[in-house]
Design a protein around this ligand. Sequence first.
Ligand SMILES: [Ca+2]
Ligand SMILES: [Cu+2]
Length: 340
Amino acid sequence: MGNVVEIREQKPYSQQPAINPPHKNMVWIPGGTFLMGSDQHYPEEAPVHRTTVDGFWMDQYTVTNADFRRFVEATGYITIAERVPEAAAYPGALPHMLVAGSVVFRPPRHRVDLRNHFNWWAWVPGADWRHPEGPGSSLDSRWDHPVVHVAFQEVEAYAKWAGKELPTEAEWEFAARGGLEGAVYTWGDEFAPDGKMMANTWQGEFPIQNLLLDGYERTSPVGAFPHNGYGLYDMAGNVWEWTVDWFQSHHKPAGACCSGSVKNEVRETSYDPQTPDIRIPRKVLKGGSFLCAANYCLRYRPAARIPQQVDTGTCHQGFRCIVRVNATRDEGESVKASSI
Ligand SMILES: [Ca+2]
Ligand SMILES: [Cu+2]
């Protein structure tokens, strides 16, 4: 056994000082044991439990429209929102739903029943990552905003293309907490310290009154708000972020206010109880979005989580990537060993 291996065993990667980011705009998340979840908010976040994650590198920013354009230009990738759904895959779907499109937030003019999310979510033909609010909208002033309307498979494809991976829910939450044990928000326990807005959320009465105290009605440029203790931006608000974990809950998700799963709602109501195998699995989204408001969905917190069907992107869902060191550990060791 060579010296190199012995040194590695004495000093695990997660405790090593981080010096060489594998890509630009990535920071080292040291890993450790932390209190995951919350007992003070929504039932799906409970119970608080100790969780341990290894160290890893994480994108400081969510993937932007400019980043995603580079991926699409290099690979020719066509997202789910840009494809016409196959009728066979959506039995019972109305013909007008079988067009390329995605789910967009449309603020109602009057106070509405908060129990019915169709009051503000609309299936919009032609909505996709290049047209966040549908035909007529564009990315002209939004190349530095998070890409949205991305379903899980394109997020996975992007990560692979970039030589990165997607975080687990535990890795994401550990990183979001920025070293603050048990704090409500990624920056502490007070929503707006000294009146300062720390994230792009919704201020006012959702969904009819947006006071715009943070300056943004929809997405904001990545990095527009202060970073957390690990140098990560937008770990609260702006857009929900995909993780690789399948959603599980001991409780029925309370409303799933922000999931915006209009298209899949159609599929669910068309389910034949005899064929449960056509159900669409759901992953955990983290971080909350510009649509999260205290009166309805206080989810711009690291413990918050909602389920989302893997085939569905919306106007307030994006992602960021990580790089795990153990994935390259063996390679690094053999390189090191052979150079001795
Ligand atoms: Ca806002
Ligand atoms: Cu929300």
